[in-house]
Design a protein. Structure first.
Length: 354
């Protein structure tokens, strides 16, 4: 069966999602939405960085693409600075009877226990009204801390604790808004960026803790957060910017799923702009990795190293996009509503051998 797909946005993740859509024989690209005139009218092949044309031209006309009634929209538009507007976009697609796989807002990967019921209900109502499904995922939050730890947990005799970590050098991550504005690199240590404002970490990554707890049938009382920042000791070049000595250049944050005085689940990010910073913090396998540690019987440590053209940051973008695109058939055939990782069957890279 072939599924008709519209790609929504062509930024870092969207560009790679386009490539994934065009690589999959079961998917038929029928439209591409772009946010501004600079990309409007360009062929999808060009926007994907391919040396071929597809005949599908990008447009800023959202209504025209919705009118195509595709089976699924692959939604990768950035939502970090427009959360409510992004949710309204998703509800519009769902009410129109269009299934959606999306990389954002990330708290929708498992909003239960993180968002109030009154915030979740309108999304489910929109999905049921349109008889459509929504699945939000990526790599982190996403399959690096839902499917990876859950698959590994099936080999356990006893589980005492699970830690899921992203340990990365972000100096090559091509998203200045995230690196500087949201994560606050290059700012004064006492100037808290958006990511570190009260409640933001638990909103964004608390869903990881809640989903693992639900899937593993462990009760937690609360999700706590902690963070540390370390300054640059010398100038660091990041893109076209310079991180000055004394300003934020490394960040470590943790969220803990706690019951009583015991921590069952931990989500951790260790982010540096130079490998020599904060040497006492956890170190990656290779240049960057996603790590799953299960303490119990037996103990497990799984390090997932990833590279695209030698770069781990770009590989994370590819993994985010490809995971969404791989799930399109499963989401289209799923029950209407808001789906989570455990609602989907195993999806694979079927048909991708070249």
């Amino acid at each position: 069966m072939t599924y008709r797909v519209v790609q929504w946005s062509t930024g870092n993740v969207g560009r790679r999602a386009l490539r994934s859509i065009l690589a999959r024989p079961e998917l038929d690209l029928v439209g591409v939405w772009v946010s501004g005139p600079a990309k409007a009218g360009k062929d999808a092949g060009e926007l994907a960085g391919l040396d071929r044309e597809t005949g599908i031209l990008a447009t800023t006309d959202a209504a025209a693409l919705i009118a195509l009634k595709p089976d699924c929209i692959v939604h990768t538009a950035m939502a970090d600075d427009r959360l409510m507007e992004s949710v309204e976009d998703l509800k519009t697609f769902l009410r129109a009877g269009i299934n959606v796989v999306s990389s954002s807002p990330v708290f929708l990967q498992f909003p239960y226990g993180t968002l109030p019921d009154e915030a979740i209900a309108p999304i489910i109502e929109a999905a049921e009204a349109g008889n459509a499904s929504l699945w939000v995922n990526g790599i982190d939050p996403g399959w690096a801390n839902d499917w990876l730890p859950l698959v590994l947990s099936s080999g356990s005799e006893r589980i005492d604790a699970i830690v899921c970590s992203e340990i990365m050098d972000y100096s090559t991550y091509d998203n200045p808004k995230v690196v500087f504005d949201i994560m606050g690199f290059g700012s004064a240590l006492d100037d808290l960026p958006l990511l570190l404002q009260p409640g933001v970490l638990t909103l964004a990554w608390g869903s990881v803790i809640r989903q693992l707890a639900n899937a593993l049938d462990v009760e937690i009382d609360t999700v706590t957060q902690h963070f540390e920042r370390v300054p640059a000791t010398e100038p660091i070049k990041v893109g076209d910017r310079v991180i000055e000595p004394g300003t934020a250049a490394a960040l470590r944050f943790q969220l803990h799923g706690v019951r009583g005085d015991r921590t069952f689940l931990t989500l951790e990010h260790v982010t540096r702009l130079h490998p020599d910073l904060a040497p006492d913090w956890p170190q990656p396998a290779g240049k960057g990795c996603y790590r799953v540690e299960i303490k119990g019987e037996p103990d497990y440590t799984l390090d997932l190293q990833l590279y695209s053209n030698g770069d781990h940051a770009e590989a994370g973008v590819v993994g985010t996009a490809a995971r969404l695109v791989s799930a399109v058939p499963a989401v289209v055939t799923a029950r209407p509503g808001l789906l989570t990782a455990t609602d989907l069957p195993l999806t694979t890279g079927r048909g991708l051998f070249s």
